[in-house]
Design a protein around this ligand. Structure first.
Ligand code: AMP
Ligand code: MG
Length: 455
């Protein structure tokens, strides 16, 4: 990078966190919905309204194990003067036989079993002697006692789970209860994570002075999974501009989102990610008014894939990449490819310091992962808490400081060791304390905004 370029960068004004995030959310398009088995839908975002196909429950049934009776026949029953009725049949859950209750008799019935025609109430087994041929009943039952009426939970055609809902176990239960075996959902975004840096070594291998083990790619892939993605971590890319673009290109066709770390700092010949991607012209590198995480890069890479691959059938990320054309100076013409469709794959180039990369992920990438699924609730939960100690922050930048939040007491303790390389401190945090751009210090006892880290 030239000196002139460095000077130009140094003079760049800072972009606000909101402006950077707004550009990201204005760019990322939701993935096309896919029809998935209900068994695979947990944690995904629903892309259709689920309506009750029948009333719920769909037939009148018993809420308890007991005896189907007519109210008049047990009206006189009490502890002192029990009533005895013949038991003429037994209905279990799932029994589809048509039973009819005659006056002066009872039918033994189980929870969830269809009510015999003519039933006015169910006497719970606890009020009886549990008899099978004859039953002695020690209490009277009102009309409708222990009966679940058809439609008492939902009417046919009622919307039970709305499009855009992140499917949690109870939603899965509701959908199953409507009889649906498959649902339209946004597929789990496929994320490729690459860390760059010639100083990086694979954990599990020996490391020499001057080198460090790569923690970012494992962390970011884990954070992406935590946010609902299928994430793959790629091998470390050294600080060689010639290797960066091919490494990214390799991931394009099988990824919905690419995240790199390192190589985007304040200028210099080792900023290989910036150097390699700048030539594409579709990725903006800027300084965001935050700490940590000032150098941010975001944009899209156009990739054309054969039309046949446009379906969402193979989203496992395991398939071999197909031929593709990377747009830009490094474009590779693929004349053999059949009719092709262009896709824009969003890419984040996060700073290399682990804390910077982590904070950047939570503040910018997590909401973008939500946008890929047409879901706007993926940002971290915000809370307010009283500071147990003082803290400082640079003027004009929003700080995200590592802290330990005690939710029950609404107190947050800033950790010591707030350097953006201090991964050990990051490991102790469960919250990020937000210090606004215009605040340079806060004292013990003041109330701070915090972001609650996912757990
Ligand atoms: P860079 O953004 O490439 O200038 O890196 C900034 C700092 O983060 C340097 O001290 C790097 O050694 C460190 N760093 C970069 N990538 C990683 C990584 N994958 N894991 C741990 N530390 C990293
Ligand atoms: Mg580096």
């Amino acid at each position: 990078m030239t000196q002139a370029h460095n000077r130009a960068e140094a003079g760049e004004s800072l972009t606000s966190v909101e402006a950077h995030l707004a550009e990201i959310l204005g760019t990322v398009r939701p993935l096309a919905p896919a029809e998935l088995s209900l068994a695979d839908a947990h944690g995904l975002v629903l892309a259709e309204d689920i309506k009750a196909s029948t009333p719920l429950p769909s037939f009148d049934n018993s809420a308890m194990d007991g005896y189907a009776v007519r109210v008049e026949d047990v009206a006189a029953a009490s502890e002192q003067a029990p009533v005895t009725l013949p038991v003429v049949a037994e209905v279990a859950a799932g029994d589809i036989g048509a039973y009819a209750l005659q006056p002066g008799t009872s039918i033994r019935i189980m929870t969830g079993a269809m009510l015999p025609h003519g039933t006015e109430a169910v006497v719970p087994v606890e009020w009886t002697d549990g008899g099978t041929a004859r039953v002695t009943i020690r209490g009277k039952a009102e009309h409708g006692n222990a009966i679940r009426l058809a439609g008492g939970d939902a009417k046919a055609g009622e919307v039970l789970v709305s499009s855009g809902t992140l499917l949690r176990p109870m939603h899965i239960a509701v959908i199953a209860a409507t009889g649906r075996g498959t649902v339209q959902v946004r597929p789990r975004p496929r994320v490729a994570v690459l860390s760059t840096g010639s100083e990086l070594a694979e954990p599990g291998t020996p490391v020499v002075p001057g080198r460090i083990w790569d923690s970012n790619s494992f962390m970011i892939a884990a954070a992406a999974r935590e946010a609902g993605c299928v994430a793959r971590r790629q091998a470390i890319v050294p600080d060689n501009p010639e290797e960066v673009l091919p490494a990214i290109e390799d991931q394009l066709v099988r990824s919905d989102l690419i995240i790199t770390t390192g190589g985007v700092s304040m200028g210099g010949e080792y900023d290989v990610v910036k150097a390699a991607l700048r030539q594409l012209g579709t990725i903006a590198f800027r300084k965001v008014a935050m700490q940590p995480g000032m150098p941010q890069g975001f944009g899209t890479i156009a990739v054309t894939v054969p039309a046949a691959r446009e379906d969402t059938a193979d989203r496992s990320g395991l398939a071999e990449p197909v031929r593709k054309v990377l747009r830009g100076d490094k474009a590779v013409e693929d004349k053999t490819a059949p009719a092709a469709v262009a896709e824009q794959v969003p890419i984040f180039t996060l700073p290399g310091n682990p804390v910077s990369a982590y904070v950047s992920f939570q503040v910018f990438v997590r909401p973008a992962i939500g946008a890929l699924q047409a879901y706007d609730q993926l940002g971290l939960e915000e809370a307010r808490a009283e500071l147990t100690g003082p803290l400082r922050s640079p003027a004009g930048r929003r700080s995200y400081l590592r802290g330990v939040l005690d939710r029950s007491r609404a107190r947050v303790t800033p950790l010591t060791g707030q350097g953006s390389h201090q991964v050990a401190t990051l490991g102790k945090a469960n919250a990020l304390i937000i210090v606004p751009e215009w605040v340079v210090q806060m004292t013990e006892g003041e109330t701070a905004e915090v972001l609650v880290l996912p757990c």
